[in-house]
Design a protein around this ligand. Structure first.
Ligand code: SAM
Length: 417
């Protein structure tokens, strides 16, 4: 594996960079596989993946290293969203949330660059049931995989949207937290994806840095006063990391928020050159994970919420009393939900999201909200796969044991789109 010389040269004076160890690690061919359990679903002992004594990822309670990479696609629990295959460093986003927010409170969280859904599923497991996660992806072709992963995760408090960052300006001062896992030059993933080396260039680092600033600037108005921005990349280049931090302080007077890291974790704490904003670097020769950078800021500007409506307003079909009677027995707590209908299918949305869903519908292109239950035909619900895989389905609904092949066939043949 030949790493770009220009990258190595550019990192010479960056804190924590150890050229020899970094190159040696990339040449060793060593790979790390890790997964994160879905606490709302996993039943220990049921998955072959979790049968052994696994090493826990020190900064993530539900994260584990696997001794080898199994065939995930032959495990029904993988398809059922009982765990998510995610590289370990990026699970540190959970620490950023836990250390800077009271997660027992109802929060409105935006995961702006969300596909395929690694950070979103992590965030969903940490926020309270009364919180809302808007999981957004701008690139249309990537929204389906995001929707699919969110559906498999099974929670009702997630809305998947397909919007450009600047569309969120219609939701001024709305979110408590915005997570920006920014598109980047990708040097942190060279070990996993050698093809990315060919695409790397100094020029692309510059372009990414400009795009990252544009993304932050576009979405910034949507953050409340005292709201938190968690910004991360999988690039080692300071132009995409510490320099963006300095720019955020200069442009928006944001306040850097420090995080605690244990010495044994191998994470390198850095400071931006001008404003000394705190950042955290993950080098694969120091942590058991891929290259990653994360930083947290607080918004200090005064602000009040205001929503600007999009011109077109989606008209939802009316849900009848008979339909509500047909779908209610399928839910654990039907009284906690209200129902909407789209394309003849009933969607169950948590009651406390009623106002928010209306606000979001006027501002965003929503790809998926809460849990699709299915269509009511002749007073009976024809349940959708999405309901079966969700965590809101009533435990009184009979379940049947099936063999491995049947389970895989059922779980793979789902249609979430
Ligand atoms: N957060 C994801 C996860 O944990 O699974 C990974 C996100 S990836 C690092 C960056 C995402 O940003 C990609 O899905 C990409 O399509 C999206 N993206 C690309 N250009 C963008 C832009 N101009 N604005 C916002 N997002 C963009």
């Amino acid at each position: 594996m030949n790493l770009p010389e220009q990258l190595i040269r550019s990192l010479q004076n960056v804190k924590g960079f150890d050229e020899a160890a970094f190159i040696q690690l990339h040449q060793s061919g060593e790979q790390v596989t890790s997964v994160r359990k879905n606490p709302a679903k996993i039943l220990d002992g049921q998955s072959v993946i979790f049968n052994n004594q696994l090493q826990q990822i020190p900064w993530c309670a539900n994260g584990y290293y696997l001794d080898e990479r199994p065939s995930f696609t032959s495990d029904p629990l993988f398809h059922a969203g009982a765990y998510y295959v995610q590289e370990a460093s990026s699970m540190f986003v959970g620490q950023a949330l836990q250390q800077t927010l009271d997660l027992s409170q109802p929060l409105k969280v935006l995961d702006l660059c969300a596909a395929p859904g690694g950070k979103s599923t992590l965030i969903q497991s940490l926020i309270s049931a009364e919180s809302l996660l808007v999981s957004n992806e701008v690139i249309k072709t990537r929204v389906n995989i995001l929707s699919e992963n969110i559906t498999k995760w099974g929670a009702a408090n997630v809305v998947v949207s397909n919007n450009d960052p600047k569309d969120f300006q219609r939701l001024e001062n709305y979110f408590d937290v915005i997570v920006i896992d920014a598109p980047c030059s990708g040097s942190g993933l060279f070990r996993k994806d050698a093809a990315a080396i060919e695409e790397w260039s100094i020029n692309n680092v510059q372009l990414c840095s400009q795009r990252q600033q544009r993304i932050v600037a576009d979405v910034f108005p949507a953050l409340k006063e005292n709201g938190i921005i968690i910004y991360s990349t999988c690039s080692y280049s300071t132009e995409e990391d510490e320099a963006v931090c300095d720019w955020m302080v200069e442009e928006f007077k944001m306040e850097s928020v420090p995080l605690k890291v244990e010495n044994t974790w191998g994470i390198v704490a850095t400071e931006s050159e001008i404003h000394k904003a705190k950042g955290y670097r993950f080098y694969p020769d120091k942590v058991k994970g891929e290259g990653f950078f994360i930083t947290v800021f607080k918004k200090k500007q005064e602000a009040a919420f205001s929503a600007t409506q999009k011109k077109e307003r989606k008209t939802l079909q009316q849900v009848t009393k008979t339909e509500i009677e047909a779908v209610s027995p399928w839910l654990k707590n039907a009284a906690d939900f209200f129902f909407i209908k789209q394309n003849e299918e009933i969607i169950a949305v948590p009651l406390y999201l009623q106002n928010d869903l209306q606000i979001l519908q006027t501002a965003l292109y929503i790809k998926k909200a809460a849990v699709r239950m299915g269509a009511v035909i002749r007073n009976e619900l024809i349940p959708h796969h999405e309901l079966a895989i969700s965590t809101i389905i009533s435990t009184a609904i009979p379940s049947v044991e099936v063999d491995l092949e049947t389970a895989l066939q059922y779980l793979r043949n789902r249609k979430y789109k």
